[in-house]
Design a protein around this ligand. Structure first.
Ligand code: GRF
Length: 194
């Protein structure tokens, strides 16, 4: 089982996944990081962890379809079985979706279907809801709408600030993503032996 992580920014979830692979919690190979922003901090994390990095931007291509076709080509070359989005700040288009339907998952910092979109944590905080959370889901052609694989709830306390809520959410993400990937991959490996 070969994984590719797609990320655009800080990369704390990428790091949590890479460490889980390293300690054997996730029974797979983390074959590469794909990053669409050449200066993103996640690239430094990958280099420190000795994980191969491929980085290019849609701006390097005449169209989004051509950008995605290049990614697809890479995934095929690297024989990637599962694409793990971890802070990849782009909507996945039809070129990638068609080939990776059911093989592309994402983490979102809210209890979906509540608060989809770019600002899941801030939107939940501003709405003053009693609880929010973290969701792992398959990617489909909507924005944060695909079938849900796992969720963890997080209480928003009266004393929480946006910063403290963000910290709580990220802590849960770093536990839930590796755990969910480990389970999913174990199940898939079991099924392929039947
Ligand atoms: C996470 O909160 C994730 O849920 C969202 O983007 C953020 C990425 O953080 N999709 P990081 O780059 O993994 O630190």
């Amino acid at each position: 089982m070969r994984l590719a992580v797609f990320a655009s920014g800080n990369g704390s979830n990428f790091q949590a996944i890479a460490e889980a692979v390293k300690r054997g919690q996730i029974n797979a190979e983390l074959s590469l990081l794909f990053c669409d922003r050449k200066n993103a901090y996640v690239i430094q994390r990958a280099k420190a962890l000795m994980i191969p990095v491929i980085s290019f931007s849609p701006k390097d291509f005449p169209s989004k379809a051509m950008y995605e076709a290049e990614i697809l080509h890479l995934m095929e070359e690297e024989q990637i079985d599962l694409v793990v989005l971890a802070g990849y700040m782009r909507i996945v288009g039809p070129t990638l979706l068609e080939m990776f339907s059911g093989k592309m998952i994402n983490i979102h910092p809210s209890l979906l279907p509540n608060f989809p979109g770019l600002h899941g944590i801030a939107d939940a905080f501003a709405a003053k809801v009693a609880e929010t959370g973290v969701t792992i889901h398959y990617i489909d052609d909507g924005i944060d709408t695909g079938p849900i694989i796992a969720q963890t709830k997080v209480k928003i306390e009266d004393y929480d600030t946006l910063e403290s809520l963000e910290a709580k959410i990220h802590k849960i993400e770093h536990k839930l993503y590796p755990e969910t990937l480990a389970k999913l991959i174990k199940t898939q490996q079991g099924e392929s032996q039947l």
